[in-house]
Design a protein around this ligand. Structure first.
Ligand SMILES: [Zn+2]
Length: 430
């Protein structure tokens, strides 16, 4: 248990909805919204609609036609549910992604059954983030029942494709104006960050593909060719000797967790040089060739103190320094993807509302954190131009994407109570 703070009437209403919360979480887990390929998005919208519509929510479904990943076989369906209060006022929006990552090995339970054991609901997506979605729905419905006279509106969205960049989900909705500050004023994303932590934002990302060029020749006479893999080896050496040590020195004021991510980082995501990998079952030998192409994808995560242009230039300078040292070094760079870092101010209204609710309900001050990786806040912030956005939700981040993923039922109740109290702060102003 978390504290001795007395439960409010709304807290008790949420506590009484425990069975409903568990059943809803199970129903969401039972729709196997695996991404890729992006399965059953329409089916999970059905679950959301069937649950929210009887509680007076107006339902809109939006398919991200033409977005990355959208096809007739795997349509990218999103749902936005809206409840209007009795008087005009601000809109609080809870956004959850409905997709889950692949199951992987090592499960001791059926990943799509949603079994309940030892006070936990198990299943793929239980923690990331169907438990958070269910908690926000129960919080919203209990708040409306407790305060039918409230001012403003509440929205709940279930969006697809977060695990693959969010282009068919929040990015698409943001482009269509759904997160315009004139219609939505506060956004809470119930990602699994622990019930006493507020996530203010994330580091930036730059994904780059580097290709080194050589010259093909017979492998018995490598001196007649030029080995692209050896050129790439020199690039890696420059990363090891120069870039990575430099990045490790670059610390940030962003409260990134875990602590190891409180600096700039570089990951070599993949590397390939020479002939294609043989197909499985192929028993022949490779042919003797000097590789003329080598390709590497690097994943650079950067800090709010860094500038994207400077991050690009730094990579370029490293490659140019390799070029100075090596005859015939030739390369090409292709940028794949970039996201700017974002961090909501601690005195933003949604932050202070949730912080106050954590303090009141759990008896502790929140930890303010920043995520090492990005999530859908990037689209709300950059495309939607809405900066009053945080991630707050139940579950333990470390369990996300793991086998035997689960969400604690008491965790869901506690965070639903925090969400309910946050709604009271934001929507009961008169
Ligand atoms: Zn997630």
């Amino acid at each position: 248990m978390t504290s001795d703070n007395p439960l409010s009437s709304l807290d008790n209403r949420i506590l009484d909805a425990r069975d409903l919360l568990v059943e809803l979480t199970q129903a969401l887990i039972q729709v196997p919204t695996l991404n890729p390929p992006g399965l059953d998005y329409a089916a999970i919208c059905d679950v959301l609609e069937d649950w929210l519509k009887p509680h007076g929510f107006d339902i809109k479904r939006v398919r991200a036609v033409g977005a990355l990943g959208d096809s007739d076989k795997y349509p990218r369906w999103n749902l936005i549910a809206r409840h209007e209060g009795r008087n005009s006022g601000e809109c609080v929006h809870f956004n959850s992604h409905t997709d889950v990552v692949s199951v992987g090995e090592g499960w001791s339970v059926d990943p799509f059954e949603g079994i309940v054991k030892d006070g936990r609901v198990y299943g793929r997506g239980a923690c990331d983030m169907k438990g958070g979605l269910a908690a926000s729905m129960v919080a919203a419905v209990c708040f409306v029942a407790e305060h039918p006279e409230y001012s403003g509106s509440i929205e709940i969205s279930g969006t697809c494709d977060e695990e693959s960049g969010g282009f068919g989900g929040v990015a698409y909705l943001a482009e269509k104006g759904w997160f315009d500050p004139s219609r939505v004023q506060h956004v809470i994303i119930p990602e699994p960050l622990n019930k006493d932590r507020i996530c203010l934002g994330h580091r930036g990302v730059l994904w780059t593909e580097i290709e080194t060029h050589g010259h093909i020749a017979h492998g018995s006479m490598p001196f007649l060719g030029d080995c692209a893999v050896r050129h790439m080896g020199a690039v890696i050496e420059a990363f090891e000797d120069t870039l990575i040590p430099r990045l490790q020195q670059r610390r940030t004021a962003m409260p990134v967790v875990p602590d190891g991510a409180r600096q700039s980082t570089l990951n070599i995501n993949s590397i390939h040089g020479g002939q294609e990998e043989p197909e499985e079952g192929y028993t022949g030998l490779p042919s003797a060739l000097v590789p003329d192409r080598c390709r590497m994808v690097v994943d650079r995560r950067f800090l709010i103190e860094e500038d994207l242009e400077a991050v690009r230039a730094e990579l370029h300078d490293i490659l140019e320094s390799v070029k100075e040292d090596r005859d015939k070094f030739d390369y090409r760079v292709r940028e794949l993807f970039s996201v700017l870092p974002t961090m909501t101010e601690r005195d933003a209204p949604v932050v202070t509302a949730v912080a106050g609710a954590i303090k009141a309900r759990l008896g502790t001050d929140p930890d303010y954190v920043v995520s090492p990786g990005t999530y859908d806040q990037k689209h709300i912030d950059r495309i939607g131009r809405l900066h009053n956005c945080i991630a707050y939700g139940p579950g333990i981040l470390d369990l996300a994407h793991q086998p035997d993923e689960y969400v604690g039922i008491q965790d869901m109740i506690d965070s639903a109570q925090v969400m309910g109290r946050s709604l009271q702060t934001l929507l009961l102003k008169n």
